[in-house]
Design a protein around this ligand. Structure first.
Ligand code: FAD
Length: 811
């Protein structure tokens, strides 16, 4: 009788073991965890890691993964041996820029509920006596971080998972292939024979692609060799019997980290060119040859911070490998192959939270914490190509400890995707930002002349907040509000849904009513079973059985994957990504109609072409389809045309618009316009963790229309009431500044963090959005927002700030 299991987890490192433990906790049975190595020191990354848990992270999800891991590890023992040491972790600053960065990072921690304090050099030396306080300016201490015995933590989780017989662990068994039947997982082939199963969870980390490639799933990461070494015993630590007793230290100015290890000191370094290794070259024990030349500079720099290390020999040397993905985040979730799940690229630090998340995902299809940054479905095609993967993985290794500005632009590869407007934009001296591979204008330097016109209405910025910013964004914003702006929107994702089942399919996926007359535009969310917002988009009915789903450029692959996963099992619905076939311009502003009308034979008056409707237009010679909607909150249209007409269409509109004062406007203006109008941005203000009620989007839900995904959960939430609300705030101090993710305080207590922020140029206020507990969510509520450690007063206000009566949009 061939062996059959409900689930096979491949990989018994800390990620596979954590997943198994959490699945068992959720009631799963009949799980087999296979590893090619011996259990639990398998030879994977977990076996090599020094086990430091530095939880500080700009991502809320990753921060929670780490915070949860620490709680989980705290009471784990492996074969009676303690595995976790809550010694805390320090980040120290040598440079002034780093000291400021530490204040910013302290802000994330505070906003995300992670205890931390900033310390001066003497206070740091009290915690770690070997540090030279003269070498640093200060730092941050996170008391709940610590150090774990990584592979023993994995073993401890495995012991718990196996305790009631729900999970079996088997070492010395290499998986060689994954078998699909009718496109779904049915078995794995191991070096011991074939094993049938319903599902596979791949936790093979640096080897990930070897098996994923066999079922056609791209995992865009590379393994990077990375080294650390232990000194010979130090006289300063003679007789020290504790495994680790002092906080671990990150010295990011020199791309290094340290920890105490018995009588030795451990130094890890990223200060060398990345040594990229293909998953196919990893070998069985994941060790790479030690390179003295890569570690030389680390030896010198370590002694600079820890003088006791000067002249000491490094005796234990490890050059292991770990995963660097193209965007630095883990790769998790359901793949396009039914039954095939992945959980790859996860540090020991995040392994607890990752295990909880993948287990929830596999059990109920949703997760407690927003998974959009880690979702395997998030990648664009170009991000999976080997040249891109190698370049970006290497760059992420180089930048692992760098100070990254929120608007920092990648230098290479650039120019990958260009809209048909590109040459026009260049002529207008567009300052391009890369977004999902597209070159998009952030502002146009040629608009510098507008600055004089709007003098006094665009606050100056200096230093950090002025980086990757221009006052011209403000001028483009104001020109749009007062006359009209031409926005290139070529990166939009356009998905065509057609067929006899299209309407029913969309009605089941969307929270708003889709069954409306041909030519109607509907703004809607797609919800998950918990009522969380998975997609935020518009649906336009082009014909009885033909719809366009329009969504952002960045979230396109994610949204498309969600839609594909929910297709009915028959051929009644056809889904096509037509993004490259059509391009888009936004023409918005009070003069938009005056500009467009002379170019079209059709009647575009408000009666003939009302708000939230769509129709074909002949714009000069150009066949176009226009939607009367505006993310800027103005009269105007999103205009779609086959891509090859794009450049010509731009010219037509440009020539017609110039006498009316039309300005080309970039994404910087786009963002401040949408924020004035209170439009939520998916991935920032709304995500699968937030529901339409707390996000203020209940107006776009039609619970009475019949069954749709998430409806029941939403009804329950409505009955029970929400605990938090997405609120609009403004600074009451003109000095107030924020760029996103800053902590929000009510008195001394951090009650949330900033999800979106920008200056509202036409309102003359700095706008902030964030979720607040109901007690603080009423207009008039007084709060403070900390920017680089300095607090600025803010107040909750009614939203939207601009045109609440919709007179502009409906005009
Ligand atoms: P692994 O531990 O690599 O487990 C994958 C498993 O899959 C292996 O056991 C392997 O044998 C098995 N496998 C592979 N292919 C097959 C197959 N075909 N069939 C069966 N089994 C297979 N993280 C931190 O948080 N803090 C640190 O201080 C830290 N320092 C590090 C230092 C070094 C030198 C290295 C290399 C990594 C470090 N990391 C650190 C990263 C961390 O160790 C890893 O990200 C983490 O351990 C990955 O866990 P995993 O379970 O996904 O992978």
């Amino acid at each position: 009788m061939p062996e059959h299991r409900r689930l096979v987890i491949i990989g018994a490192g800390i990620v596979g073991c954590s997943a198994a433990y959490h699945l068992a906790e959720l009631g799963w049975e009949d799980i087999l965890v296979l590893d090619q190595g011996p259990l639990f020191e398998t030879g994977g990354s977990t076996s090599h890691a020094p086990g430091i848990v530095f939880g500080t992270n700009p991502s809320h999800t990753m921060s929670r993964f780490a915070q949860y891991s620490v709680k989980l590890f705290n009471d784990l023992t492996y074969q009676g041996e303690r595995c976790w040491y809550p010694v805390g972790c320090l980040e120290v600053a040598e440079s002034e820029a780093r000291m400021r960065e530490i204040l910013r990072r302290s802000g994330y921690n505070t906003g995300y509920g992670m205890r931390n304090e900033t310390l001066n050099p003497q206070e740091i030396q009290t915690l770690v006596p070997l540090i030279d306080p003269g070498a640093i300016q200060g730092g941050m201490f996170v008391p709940d971080d610590g150090v774990g015995k990584a592979w023993k933590l994995a073993g401890a989780l495995a012991e718990r998972a196996a305790k009631d017989g729900a999970v079996e662990f088997r070492g010395g068994t290499a998986v060689q292939d994954i078998i699909l039947e009718n496109g779904r997982v049915t078995a794995v082939v191991t070096d011991q024979g074939r094993l049938y199963c319903e599902q596979v969870l791949l936790c093979t980390n640096i080897w990930g692609s070897v098996l994923a490639d066999k079922v056609g799933v791209d995992l865009p990461f590379m393994a990077c060799a990375h080294h650390y070494a232990l000194t010979e015993p130090l006289p300063e630590l003679a007789g020290e019997t504790r495994w680790t007793a002092y906080p671990a230290v990150r010295h990011q100015d020199r791309a290094m980290y340290f920890r105490h290890w018995g009588e030795s000191w451990c130094t890890g370094s990223y200060r060398h060119e990345p040594r990229i290794v293909s998953p196919y070259q990893v070998g069985k024990d994941a060790y790479w040859a030690w390179r003295d030349d890569d570690f030389e500079v680390a030896i010198e720099d370590a002694a600079h911070l820890f003088p006791a290390l000067r002249g000491r020999r490094y005796i234990e040397k490890v050059n292991g490998m770990f995963v660097f993905s193209v965007d630095g985040f883990p790769i998790m979730g359901p793949t396009e192959v039914p039954g095939f799940w992945v959980s790859i690229g996860i540090w020991v630090t995040h392994s607890g939270g990752a295990g909880k998340t993948i287990a929830e995902w596999m059990t109920r299809g949703t997760t407690e914490w927003d998974p959009h940054e880690i979702d395997v479905a998030r990648f664009h095609e170009f991000q999976k190509k080997p040249a891109f993967v190698t370049a970006r993985s290497a760059q992420n290794y180089r930048e692992v400890y760098d100070i990254i500005h929120p608007l920092q632009q990648m230098e290479r590869p650039r120019g990958l995707r260009k809209t048909p407007f590109h040459e026009h934009l260049k002529k207008l001296e567009a300052v391009f930002f890369a977004s999902a591979g597209w070159e998009r204008p952030q502002w146009y330097a040629a608009n510098r002349d507008l600055l004089a016109e709007f003098e006094g209405r665009i606050p100056e910025r200096r230093g950090w907040e002025a980086q990757n910013w221009s006052p011209i964004q403000g001028a483009e914003h104001l020109a749009t509000r007062e006359r009209a702006g031409l926005f290139e929107l070529g990166a939009f994702t356009k998905i065509e849904v057609s067929g006899p089942g299209a309407l029913g399919y969309l009605e089941r996926l969307c929270a708003n009513r889709i069954d409306r007359p041909v030519g109607k535009v509907v703004y809607t969310s797609m919800l998950n079973e918990s009522g969380g917002i998975v997609c935020d988009l518009t649906v336009t009915r082009l014909a009885r059985e033909r719809f366009w789903v329009l969504t952002g450029g960045g979230s396109g692959p994610h949204d498309l994957a969600w839609m594909r996963r929910h297709l009915p099992g028959d051929v009644s619905v056809h889904l096509a990504d037509v993004s490259s076939q059509y391009t888009t311009l936004g023409l918005w502003g009070p003069r938009a109609r005056e500009i467009l009308a002379p170019l079209v034979p059709e009647d575009i008056s408000n009666t003939a072409f009302p708000y939230y409707s769509a129709r074909s237009l002949s714009i000069g010679e150009v066949p176009a389809y226009a939607l009367r909607v505006s993310y800027a909150g103005e009269l105007g249209w999103e205009i779609y045309t086959p891509t090859e007409y794009g450049a010509y269409l731009w010219q037509l509109l440009w020539d017609a618009g110039r006498p009316h004062g039309l300005a080309a406007a970039g994404m910087g203006a786009f963002d401040s316009l949408r924020l004035e109008k209170g439009y939520r941005l998916w991935g920032q203000d709304i995500d699968p963790e937030s529901n339409p009620i707390e996000a203020g989007l209940d107006w776009a839900v039609r619970s009475g229309k019949g069954e749709f995904t998430g409806r029941r959960a939403l009804e329950q939430i409505r009955e029970q009431g929400v605990r938090r609300k997405l609120c609009c705030m403004v600074f009451t101090d003109r000095q107030g500044m924020a760029l996103g993710k800053e902590p929000i305080f009510a008195g001394d207590r951090a009650v949330g963090y900033v999800t979106s922020t920008n200056y509202g140029y036409s309102r003359g206020v700095h706008i902030l959005y964030g979720y607040l507990p109901l007690a603080h969510a009423e207009p008039g509520g007084e709060l403070e927002v900390a920017y680089f450690g300095k607090r600025y007063p803010a107040v909750v206000v009614e939203e939207p700030l601009f045109d609440p009566g919709m007179a502009r949009m409906r005009g």
